[in-house]
Design a protein around this ligand. Sequence first.
Ligand SMILES: [Zn+2]
Length: 93
Amino acid sequence: MVDRTGAQNKMRRCDNCGKAGAIEKRITRIYGRGSNALVIENVPVITCPHCGVSYLEAKTLHEIERIKLHRKSFAKQKPLDVATFALQKAAAL
Ligand SMILES: [Zn+2]
């Protein structure tokens, strides 16, 4: 029996404040814009509950660069619903 919950939430030391307890979350990030945009799912982001900082590890940044360079071989075409946050410009109108 393998317990994976421990591995997913393993305690890390925050690069910013040095305290243990930073949490890895998986998010979806979008690079570029318009028809050239590249969506990368499952990007690990380290979030620290102590100082509130969120950051990507160096190895994550490297991997993202690699994916961007070789996006043709990594990326699959997926139909994508893209919404624009409506409130953003409403105030200016
Ligand atoms: Zn911190």
